[in-house]
Design a protein. Structure first.
Length: 197
């Protein structure tokens, strides 16, 4: 039985902020070479000790319920890593562009500078639903981000329909700067709700 091509190395926010300890093991894929894996990391497709689904590149972790929540207009909590290693937390509007989660920013903010330096991100959303056990449902996505320039005002206008209502014009005014779009590729999904298949 061959080793998987990649494994998820983070099982908690603490481990996420400390960074991953990588080891090189033989890759038994047809392409050969070496694969990065974390010592003792679970195999792809497995479930972590916290119930998160683990996937490799090219596979989407977002099922229909997760996609619906992301597009629902619920504010998202975005965690990036500051230069000193501390977490930076901010509230953002999010939507989908294919399998990527996107958010728009007219100005170059700390979160964007953080992602350019260190692409690791965590995103969480609350559903507003309490399950039969009395627990609030929420979604947590761990992944990597990348920043592109331009298109922020158009994206913010699209997201405003979910966050502010139909027919709203946002951002107000004209002649907006090109801004930036943060693209997040989710690699792990967790939380309490129907996204944990």
């Amino acid at each position: 039985m061959g080793l998987p091509l990649a494994r998820v190395v983070a099982d908690s926010l603490e481990f996420f902020l400390q960074g991953s300890r990588k080891a090189e093991l033989p890759d038994r894929s047809p392409q050969g070479g070496l694969a990065e894996v974390a010592p003792g990391a679970p195999a792809l497709g497995a479930t972590s000790r916290y119930g998160a689904r683990l996937v490799s590149q090219g596979m989407s972790v977002l099922n229909a319920a997760a996609r619906d929540l992301i597009e629902s207009g619920k504010p998202a909590h975005l965690v990036t890593v500051n230069p000193d290693g501390s977490p930076q937390l901010t509230l953002v509007w999010v939507g989908l562009d294919g399998d990527e989660i996107v958010c728009g920013h007219l100005d170059d903010r700390q979160k964007l500078r953080n992602v350019r330096r260190d692409p690791r991100v965590v995103l969480s959303l609350e559903t507003g639903v309490v399950n039969d056990f009395g627990l609030a449902e929420y979604l947590v996505l761990t992944g990597s981000g990348r920043v592109t320039e331009g298109g922020a005002a158009d994206l913010l206008q699209r997201l405003a329909h979910a966050y502010l209502g139909p027919g709203v014009t946002f951002p107000p005014g004209e002649n907006h700067p090109p801004g930036y779009i943060l693209h997040i590729t989710p690699k792990r999904v967790g939380g309490i709700g129907p996204w944990r298949d």
